[in-house]
Design a binder for this molecule. Structure first.
Ligand code: MG
Length: 388
C-alpha cells in the first residue's frame, strides 16, 4: 500500500510527540511530510533529524530564522499562521493531524478540509467553536474526520457495525481530575502547581487545567454532539477515576458497549490514523489483577460548574459555545499567569455567557467576532474581580 503523507500540527506538544511515536512503529504506512511547532525549536530540530519531513512551520519568524541557521536549507522552513495554512493544502499531504491548542486550531483545520485532506482531530476546541461549519465542510469535501480524543475514539469504536438510529445515549467517562475529592470551600486557594498535577493523564497545561475544572468534559460533550449528531439530552458524563473505560454507548435495547484500555493516548491516536484498520501495537495492556476495581459516580455540577456551563452553552447554540470556549481559554490563561483564583474561572465564564446574546453561525467571521468579544470581556472583568 502507498504510504500516506501526514502533516502534524503541533508536533512538539504531548499529542504531537505521541503521534510521532505511533508513526515510528507504523513506518510502513505513514511518511511525515510536515511538522509545525510553536516555539520548541530544540525538540523540532530532533524531530527533523529523525523523520526528515519535506518542511516545517514555526509560529514566530525569529524562531524560524534561528532554525534555518541551525539546520541549513535541506528542509523548507516557513513561519506564522500563513505557513500552517499553506502547508495543509499542499499535494504532498494526505492526512492532517491537528493538535494545536484552542481556537487557533480552527482555521488550519478548515483549510485542510477544504483542500480535501483527511483529518485526525485532537484539537477539540475546533468542533466546540466551529462544529456546524466544520461538519458541513467535511460532508461537502467528502473527507474523513476521525477523533483523537480518547472518549470519542471509544464511542467511534463502540459504534462500528451499529445503526446510528439504535443509539440510546452516549456515556462519556471522566477521571474527575485532581480535585474530585476536595471540598468546594477550598477551591479558591488551589494553586497553579496543584491544578497542573493530573492523576491519570500527562498532557499540556491548557487541557490539564480544563481537566481540573471539568471544562474538558464539557467541551467533549459539545464535541460528541457534533461528531455523532446526538442531542445533548442523550449525552451523559460519569466519573470513573481509573480511566480504563474511555467511554460507552447505550443502545435502545439497553445493551451497553464500552471501550477499555490503559490511559495511553497512543492507542486512540493510532486508531484515528489507521481507521477503520486495527494494526498490532506494542503498547501496555490492562492488568485486571492489578486494577482490582473500577468505580463510577455522577459528576457534582455544583462543584464543577464548568461542566454545567458547557451544557448550557450547547443548549443555547449558535455562537454560545464559541463564547464559552473563548471565555474559558482566556480565564485559564489568567489562572496560569496566577492573576485569578481557580474558583473565578467558572464565575467569569458564566458572566460572559450571560452577557452574550447568541447569534446564528453563518461564516467564520461570526465565530472570530464572538471569540474576540468574549476574550475582551474576560480580560476586563478579571481585573475588576481581583482589584478588591
Ligand atoms: Mg478526552
Amino acid at each position: 500500500m502507498r504510504k500516506k503523507n501526514i502533516a502534524i500540527l503541533g508536533s512538539t506538544g504531548s499529542i504531537g510527540c505521541s503521534t510521532l511515536e505511533v508513526i515510528r512503529h507504523l513506518a510502513d504506512r505513514f511518511h511525515v511530510s510536515y511538522l509545525t511547532a510553536h516555539r520548541n525549536i530544540d525538540l523540532l530540530t530532533e524531530q527533523i533529524a529523525r523523520f526528515k519531513p519535506h518542511g516545517v512551520v514555526v509560529l514566530e519568524e525569529r524562531n524560524a530564522a534561528a532554525l534555518r541557521e541551525r539546520i541549513g536549507t535541506a528542509t523548507e522552513i516557513l513561519s506564522g499562521v500563513d505557513g500552517i495554512l499553506e502547508i495543509v493544502t499542499r499535494a504532498d499531504v494526505d492526512l492532517v493531524l491537528s493538535s494545536l491548542v484552542g481556537f487557533a486550531g480552527l482555521a488550519p483545520t478548515l483549510a485542510a478540509i477544504r483542500a480535501g485532506k483527511d483529518i485526525a482531530l485532537a484539537n477539540k476546541e475546533t468542533l466546540v467553536v466551529g462544529g456546524e461549519i466544520i461538519m458541513k465542510t467535511v460532508q461537502e469535501s467528502g473527507v474523513r474526520l476521525t477523533p483523537v480524543d480518547s472518549e470519542h475514539s471509544a464511542i467511534l469504536q463502540c459504534l462500528q457495525g451499529e445503526d446510528p438510529k439504535s443509539i440510546g445515549r452516549l456515556i462519556l467517562t471522566a477521571s474527575g481530575g485532581p480535585f474530585l475529592h476536595l471540598d468546594r470551600k477550598h477551591f479558591g486557594t488551589i494553586t497553579r502547581a496543584q491544578a497542573l498535577n493530573h492523576p491519570t493523564w500527562r498532557m499540556g497545561n491548557k487541557i490539564t487545567i480544563d481537566s481540573a475544572t471539568l471544562m474538558n468534559k464539557g467541551l467533549e460533550v459539545i464535541e460528541a454532539f457534533w461528531l455523532f449528531g446526538i442531542p445533548h439530552e442523550q449525552i451523559e458524563v460519569v466519573i470513573h477515576p481509573q480511566s480504563i473505560i474511555h467511554s460507552m454507548v447505550e443502545f435502545v435495547d439497553g445493551s451497553i458497549k464500552a471501550q477499555l484500555g490503559v490511559p495511553d493516548m497512543k492507542i486512540p491516536i493510532q486508531y484515528a490514523l489507521t481507521y477503520p484498520d486495527r494494526p498490532a501495537a506494542p503498547y501496555r495492556r490492562v492488568d485486571f489483577g492489578a486494577l482490582r476495581e473500577m468505580t463510577f459516580f455522577p459528576p457534582d455540577l455544583e462543584k464543577f460548574r464548568c461542566l454545567a456551563l458547557a451544557y448550557r452553552a450547547l443548549k443555547r447554540g449558535g455562537t454560545a459555545p464559541a463564547v464559552l470556549n473563548a471565555a474559558n481559554e482566556r480565564a485559564v490563561e489568567l489562572f496560569l499567569d496566577e492573576r485569578i483564583p481557580f474558583s473565578t474561572i467558572p464565575s467569569l465564564i458564566q458572566e460572559a455567557l450571560e452577557a452574550h446574546t447568541p447569534a446564528p453561525v453563518v461564516t467564520m467571521d461570526d465565530l472570530v467576532r464572538a471569540d474576540r468579544e468574549a476574550r475582551d470581556f474576560i480580560t476586563r472583568h478579571a481585573s475588576a474581580a481581583v482589584s478588591y
